[in-house]
Design a binder for this molecule. Structure first.
Ligand code: F6R
Length: 591
């Protein structure tokens, strides 16, 4: 996780670094810092908390510097542990995790070196200083050769005050060449602007930014040339546009995100090739994390029900370490909003190495996942700023449902074209209905724990509703299969425990209501989200919201909307910032 930036040029570095860091806060906001060289004087400014606390550093003089916004892995989110880390002549910002920090640190301590932080990253500055014999890039290369783990690094040296050295292994790093200087960052939007040329550093590569020149090197020190990426620098920087939070604004964009995503598969240039691969797939495995994993679970119901292809859904961090069997004809769909989630990338790489065809579903062009997959289908949700995923989830569902439909058509399965086509418009209706949950807030804001129940596709939506709820309200919650409750979890239900029941399938409605009744009989307060209005008047139900009926299989795309709204309103009522929940970051680039 963490975001890094850097600049060397004719402008003052500090304001450029601060503006870049603000755009990277989705990667972490536990602490932040910058180092700016004024001649050979290293100026360091670090603070615990978000980039906003660095404003005082804006006035620093100097045209070269590096910066960092942190999501803490090793060491508490304090000023002492904030990057850049300075040792000897070097200042370092690091995104990633150094896995062999302990033996490296012991060697430094034996040499009599002292450490000023608890981080794994400080070791890098020590190693570079140790390896330095007057050749900056050689010192960084030698230090990197001793590191195990993941890193994107930018390094400053007081002995070469016009130079930044960069290195990358398993953490993203891009460079920009503009009129006024050279830039680096963890992702493209942090540096993109009109007229800038963007380059991506690949795994194992190094780069030197010196004065007005960028030089690229392979791991073994060979100089290479690179072409700039074809990137649309006109992309709009998202603003709240009158909404109190990005999360609320992004929820309002769900219908548009779904409508835009709906057009993707028909326009995919290699659709016949993809269709061929899918048609011959004996087995589909979906790998993802968090909310993206939930969209995978929802999609499994659609693929199996419509196309009759067996689908397994794996949490990427489990898949990568369980020695998975990848049979001939396996298609692995890796789902990731950011396209940078370390575990999803590793799972996709492993699947590919074992012979699977990898299809990426991602919201970010030029992301690492997009670069490694055999086929890439983009969700068109637009940039998502709030840490809690909302519109990207609905867009993932739209895309995965469309893929299932495509496959069903090709394999002579069940085709639901009309229902699918209507989903974006129905999502707009569900958005209006979802406002009804606002009145439920008081019953949830002080709850000890909350349950989300459903069967079939409703269970999938319950999982996502629960994740959203705990993530931004900090209240314990569980998404549970309605039929499974009585096998243990029912013991947790007590008087006034809020139970949110999802009921969108007429086929399963009475079965779900049995479980609901079991919670009601034990004192639970039941809140119903349904497209079957006749259930709202049942004695068990205290409050209800009616959403449109879009058919059982696709229902999570609508039923999740009031669940997102519930999480949002309860979070705000509890005084939290729903856009930046504690301990989390938007992009999880460490395992
Ligand atoms: C929850 C949330 C996370 C992400 C997860 C995967 O609201 O956003 O659970 O879904 O970290 O991220 P991506 O989709 O970027 O791989």
């Amino acid at each position: 996780m963490c975001g890094i930036v850097g600049y060397v040029g004719t402008g003052r570095a500090a304001p450029i670094l601060l503006d870049g860091l603000k755009k990277l806060e989705y990667r972490g906001y536990d602490s932040a810092g910058i180092a700016v060289l004024d001649g050979s004087r290293m100026q360091l400014f670090r603070r615990a908390g978000s980039v906003a606390y660095l404003e005082e550093a804006r006035k620093l003089q100097g045209c070269i510097g590096i910066g960092h916004t942190r999501w803490a892995t090793h060491g508490a989110p304090t000023e002492q542990n904030a990057h850049p880390h300075v040792y000897g002549r070097f200042a370092v910002v690091h995104n990633g995790i150094i896995e062999n920090m302990q033996p490296l640190k012991e060697a430094c301590l034996k040499r009599g070196e002292t450490f000023s932080s608890e981080t794994d990253s400080e070791i890098i500055a020590h190693l570079i200083e140790f390896c330095y014999d007057g050749d900056f890039i050689k010192a960084v290369r030698s230090a990197c050769a001793r590191l195990e783990g993941a890193y994107a690094l930018a390094v400053l040296c007081t002995a070469e005050p016009d130079t930044i050295v960069l290195a990358r292994r398993a953490s993203p790093l891009v460079l920009g060449e503009g009129e006024d200087g050279l830039y680096l960052a963890s992702d493209i939007p942090a540096i993109a602007r009109k007229g800038i040329k963007i380059y991506a550093l690949s795994d194992g590569e190094f780069a030197i930014l010196r004065g007005r020149e960028i030089a690229f090197y392979t791991e073994d020190g060979r100089k290479i040339s690179k072409d700039p990426i074809d990137y649309d620098c006109e992309e709009e920087i998202p603003e709240k546009k009158g909404f109190a939070h990005f999360m609320r604004k992004e929820m309002s964009e769900i219908p548009l995100a779904m409508a835009n995503t709906q057009k993707i598969i028909p326009c995919y240039p290699r659709i016949s090739e993809l269709r061929e691969v899918l048609c011959h797939a004996e087995y589909i495995e979906i790998v993802a994390c968090g909310t993206a994993y939930h969209s995978g679970i929802c999609a499994k119901y659609a693929f199996e029900s419509l196309a009759r292809v067996p689908v397994a859904v794996s949490i990427a961090s489990e898949y990568r370490y369980r020695d998975p069997i990848v049979k001939k004809g396996t298609v692995v769909i890796a789902v990731s909003q950011s396209g940078e989630t370390a575990d999803t990338l590793a799972a996709a790489e492993l699947a590919r190495a074992r012979g699977a065809v990898v299809v990426a579903v991602t919201n970010v062009r030029f992301s690492s996942l997009a670069r490694l997959a055999d086929h890439v289908l983009f969700t068109c949700a637009g940039r998502e700023i709030a840490v809690a995923a909302t519109k990207s989830f609905n867009a993932q569902l739209m895309l995965l449902y469309s893929l299932a439909e495509e496959l069903a058509r090709a394999r002579g399965g069940r085709v639901c074209g009309a229902e699918l086509a209507e989903l974006p418009a129905l999502a707009a209706e569900a958005g209006r209905a979802a406002e009804g949950v606002r009145g439920w807030t008081a019953h949830f804001a002080g709850a000890k724990s909350v349950f989300f129940l459903g069967r079939g596709a409703d269970y999938c939506a319950a999982l996502e509703g629960s994740l959203k709820f705990k993530e931004i309200t900090y209240l314990p919650s569980e998404g549970y299969p309605a039929g499974e409750l009585k096998h243990g979890t029912l013991a947790l239900v007590e008087r006034n425990t809020p139970v949110v029941a999802l009921l969108t399938s007429r086929r399963l409605a009475e079965k779900t209501m049995n479980a609901v009744h079991e919670t009601y009989a034990r004192g639970a307060k039941v809140f119903l989200i349904t497209c079957l209005p006749e259930y709202c008047s049942r004695e068990e139900v205290s409050f209800s919201v009616v959403i449109p009926d879009c058919g059982e299989i696709f229902s999570p795309a609508l039923s999740v909307i009031p669940l997102q709204a519930l999480a949002y309103y309860v979070s705000v009522a509890r005084g939290n910032d729903p856009d930046k929940p504690r301990n989390l970051a938007k992009s999880v680039t460490v395992e």
